[in-house]
Write a protein that binds this ligand. Structure first.
Ligand code: F3S
Length: 64
């Protein structure tokens, strides 16, 4: 599974990081900086999906 962030949508809510800190890194300003197609290890997939769904801007895309 892979996750990507749309930096045009991310406005720094940090809920992705709150749900899955191992997956969603934040930059110094609190914006998600995972880039595109970051590989998620199987044991973190559930948390990664939760984090994506928690984003109020829908800035995170999850792909299989
Ligand atoms: Fe950004 Fe959404 Fe996370 S706005 S910091 S991707 S919760």
């Amino acid at each position: 599974m892979k996750v990507s962030v749309d930096n045009n949508l991310c406005s720094g809510h940090a809920r992705c990081h709150a749900n899955a800190p191992e997956v969603y890194d934040l930059d110094d300003d609190g914006y998600c900086n995972i880039g595109q197609n970051k590989e998620v290890p199987p044991e973190l997939e559930a948390a990664a999906v939760k984090g994506a769904n928690a984003c109020p801007e829908r800035a995170i895309t999850v792909t299989k």
